[in-house]
Design a protein around this ligand. Structure first.
Ligand SMILES: Nc1ncnc2c1ncn2[C@@H]1O[C@H](COP(=O)(O)OP(=O)(O)O)[C@@H](O)[C@H]1O
Ligand SMILES: [Mg+2]
Length: 391
């Protein structure tokens, strides 16, 4: 193209110069010099504009070719449609690229947050896991303790049942063989048999009660009773038993604190069950107090620290016995629990008495607790709320 234009230009310039020369000769010949000058001016001007038009045409041509190839890189003063499109494409691509990188950064940020959350969740799960392991270990230990206690109980019960039965058998055979010939001897053996039968009866009753408590079938015959009268009647009932064990027994009357005596000392309770609680506590006191000791039975009235608007009857059994070691105190109400430190013990029990007492008191919406000093004595107290609390 360049060559074609160059040769056309050459032809055009040659023609123009030839025309000027011809016009010059003709004007000298004819004498029309002004016409020659005018024509020469037109030719020069024509040449000048031809140069501009030529350059314009050349740029246009190159632009079209380059943009059609997609390599528009020259500085052309007039932008073609393809150039404009290409520039727009570049802008869109740049914008797209920048928005893509922003999105990628956002995604990375989100991923980092997710990873942190995942780590936290993992730590939390590990915590829960170790807590669960601790619970499982504790439960397993508790289960093992309970199994061991049950095994102990079966061994104890077998022993406790067999011992009195063997003795009863021996005493009965003595009577049948006529070895105890005098009425005094016979009475003595009958009393021994009676004591063993009572012991057996108590043990069987405890097992029966525990079975009922464990299956939640403890039924209470609730009725309004005077707390003072209830405590006094129990004292009178067990006074002889306690004295038989060479122990002195005293009733601590609530009247000794008149300012703390309520207007109405009625409680709602099952008197037979409350007697059972007293009986279990007294049996323990008799068992753990050496002859010559004292047992106190009584009731007093106090406002409950947890609910001062309520007044409770506090029933207690106190002894001057061998006491309970501090390390044993938290366990005495556990089923089958028997203190390993019980040197002064006169009889072996089943380890159920206090557990049963606690179940009965709890069923009456009461509380039971123990205070004890080793070798000095023990006090068991249980509280039952008054029906009409006012002093
Ligand atoms: N008054 C008390 N004095 C000393 N120890 C007591 C007294 N009462 C209870 N204990 C201790 O609490 C344990 C649990 O009592 P309990 O449940 O009645 O079972 P048990 O009398 O059959 O052994 C007893 O074995 C004993 O070690
Ligand atoms: Mg007991």
């Amino acid at each position: 193209m360049n060559e074609t234009i160059t040769s056309s230009q050459f032809v055009f310039v040659t023609i123009a110069v030839t025309a000027l020369v011809v016009l010059g000769i003709w004007s000298m010949w004819t004498g029309y010099y002004w016409l020659t000058a005018f024509m020469a001016g037109i030719l020069v001007t024509g040449l000048f504009f031809t140069r501009i038009l030529y350059n314009l045409a050349r740029h246009l041509y190159t632009g079209v070719i380059e943009s059609s190839k997609g390599t528009l890189e020259f500085s052309f003063p007039y932008k073609s449609h393809a150039q404009q499109e290409s520039a727009r494409l570049r802008q869109v691509t740049a914008a797209h690229n920048s928005s893509s990188s922003q999105q990628a950064a956002k995604k990375i940020q989100e991923l980092e947050i997710m990873l942190k959350e995942h780590d936290l969740l993992n730590e939390h799960l590990q915590d829960i896991n170790s807590q669960l392991e601790m619970v499982v270990t504790e439960r397993t230990a508790a289960l093992e303790r309970s199994h061991a206690a049950r095994r102990n109980l079966i061994a104890n019960i077998s022993h406790d049942l067999r011992t009195p039965i063997t003795l009863i058998q021996g005493y009965t055979e003595t009577l049948l063989d006529g070895i105890a010939s005098t009425p005094e001897d016979q009475l003595k053996y009958l009393n021994l048999i009676h004591a063993r039968v009572l012991r057996l009866n108590r043990l069987i009753q405890e097992l029966f009660d525990l079975n009922q408590l464990e299956s939640g079938q403890l039924s209470l015959r609730i009725q309004p009773v005077s707390a003072t009268n209830l405590a006094r009647s129990i004292y009178e009932k067990y006074e002889t038993d306690t004295q038989n064990a060479n122990l002195s027994v005293k009733f601590i009357s609530p009247d000794s604190e008149p300012q703390l005596y309520p207007k109405d000392d009625t409680i709602y309770a099952d008197p037979d069950r409350i007697e059972r609680v007293f009986s279990n506590l007294l049996t323990n006191s008799i068992r753990h107090t050496m002859p010559g000791g004292t047992i106190y039975i009584g009731v007093r009235f106090r406002r409950l620290p947890s609910a001062p608007e309520k007044i409770a009857a506090l029933f207690f059994v106190q002894d001057t016995g061998d006491g309970i070691a501090e390390e044993d105190l938290p366990f005495v109400f556990n089923r089958y629990y028997q203190s390993p430190h019980r040197d002064g013990c006169k009889h072996s029990g089943s380890g159920l008495g206090l557990a049963i007492a606690k179940e009965i008191v709890t069923a009456h919406n009461g509380q039971i607790w123990v205070e004890s000093q080793l070798h000095e004595g023990t006090t068991f107290t249980f509280s039952l709320p008054l029906a009409a609390p006012s002093f």
